[in-house]
Design a protein around this ligand. Structure first.
Ligand SMILES: *Cc1c(COP(=O)(O)O)cnc(C)c1O
Length: 427
């Protein structure tokens, strides 16, 4: 195996058709940002756009801006843009609320449909290592619907399907391991077994090509602040397949989901279509910022779109894996993400037989920003070091330099310094 050199990586950057997209972002000097899977980087356009919304649309336009600046249509307008990234049609997807809240709406709708079509089905199946908020929301709804949440190990959901299963709730790319589900295959298996699917796209939207309609998925939700670069706390999105959208009401029947919100009648009447999944007044400033973030992803469309982003994302994560194999062999570090490209999303996780938290802190200290996720030791899950590879703004040399930094921190035992072991409030 010939050793990969930094010059090989610069050559890859020089030949990268997506290299110019990096200019869309404000990135701090001296930092290599490998955490776009948790919080996307700041687009250059965002500050000016939010300032314009504040100074002109709010400051001058005041309440008139709901009409004159198109505020009222923003959840749908940004929704239509995200739809292009996830295989949804126009008017099928809206931006609203948070991922957790949207999950509450769609999982409740799925359980309502199951109650009508197959009342004997009382089980929600999900994965034990799914993101905790998804499991917490499912626990709450299971209690309300007299259903039961059953958790299986990663990749085992299809084998749990049966005539008692109402809903399969899966996150397409696992937040810990970065393992990627084949949405079309899993959805087909669920449907063949009579179950509905709810897909969480938090780590997929803007990271991997998604084809919701092509996969015949039933419900989907996703996050605005990860690969869509919408900014901290950006609103999330929700999609429902056309065959289900008008069948049941979602439970958070707020006025923006009403058929005629500005008629102000005392009785709730859901809007037709995905608008019924809105609840209250949209968070306009955050929504304006999210639109700038989504635009950074759409900027890849003339260059090959999500397929081209996926190619580069895999090339980056593949380079990282090969460098870890070549450079870190002397250290107790293992790759916890599937090596097969078709089985991983846009992140690579490592395990470390040592203090992984301190290792990440020592790396961050050198400007290489990844993150740490503690494993559930009761189940023998390892602690993980996570590295996200966002093809919009990462260079191949960044990957090289990040692994060099990791090697140095390990070779010199820098992670053992006491200051790196202190835990902050957010890990
Ligand atoms: C990031 C993430 C969330 C976040 O939910 P919020 O409501 O925005 O806090 C939910 N689910 C998954 C799978 C995630 O990765």
């Amino acid at each position: 195996m010939t050793l990969i050199q930094r010059t090989d990586c610069s050559a890859l950057d020089a030949a990268d058709p997506l290299a110019a997209l990096r200019k869309q972002f404000v990135l701090p000097d001296g930092a290599i940002y490998l955490d776009g899977n948790s919080l996307g980087a700041l687009p250059r356009a965002t500050a000016a756009r939010v300032q314009q919304v504040i100074a002109d649309e709010w400051g001058q336009g005041l309440i008139r801006s709901w009409n004159t600046a198109g505020w009222i249509g923003l959840p749908q307008r940004v929704g239509d843009k995200i739809a292009r990234l996830v295989g949804a049609a126009p008017n099928e997807l809206v931006v609203t609320d948070s991922t957790s809240i949207n999950l509450y709406k769609v999982l409740s709708a799925a359980l309502s449909i199951a109650r009508i079509d197959a009342p004997q089905r009382r089980v929600i199946v999900s994965e034990r290592e799914n993101f905790p908020t998804d499991l917490y929301i499912a626990q709450s709804l299971a209690a309300q619907y007299g259903a039961r949440l059953e958790l299986v190990e990663q990749g085992q959901a299809a084998s749990r399907l049966g005539d008692d299963v109402a809903v399969l709730l899966l996150t397409q790319v696992n937040y810990r391991s970065g393992a990627l589900h084949d949405m079309a295959a899993v959805t087909a298996a669920a449907h063949a077994a009579g179950a509905l699917t709810v897909w969480d796209l938090a780590h997929s939207a803007g990271a991997v090509p998604v084809d919701l309609n092509g996969a015949q998925a039933d419900f989907a939700i996703g996050c605005g602040y990860k690969y869509l670069n919408g900014g901290p706390g950006a609103p999330a999105f929700v999609w429902v397949h056309a065959r289900h959208v008008d069948r049941v009401q979602q439970p958070l029947s707020g006025w923006h989901g009403h058929a005629a919100p500005f008629v102000f009648t005392p009785d709730y009447q859901p809007a037709q279509g995905i608008a019924r999944y809105l609840c209250g007044t949209p968070t306009l400033l955050s929504l304006a910022a999210l639109e700038c973030g989504v635009d950074t992803v759409l900027a890849a469309e003339p260059l090959g779109g999500m397929a081209a982003l996926r190619r580069k994302s895999l090339a980056l994560s593949d380079l990282f894996i090969r460098l870890v194999q070549q450079q870190l062999g002397a250290h107790p570090v293992t790759i916890a993400t599937p090596i097969e490209p078709e089985r991983r999303g846009s992140q690579v996780s490592l395990t470390f037989d040592g203090d992984g938290y301190a290792l990440i802190q020592a790396l961050i200290d050198r400007g290489v920003i990844g993150d740490f996720r503690a494993g559930d030791s009761a189940h023998g899950d390892p602690d993980l070091l996570r590295f996200g590879f966002t093809p919009l703004y990462l260079r191949f040399v960044d990957v090289f330099d990040a692994v060099q930094a990791l090697r140095e921190v390990l070779d010199r035992g820098i992670w053992r310094e006491a200051r790196h072991a202190r835990k902050a409030a957010v890990t």
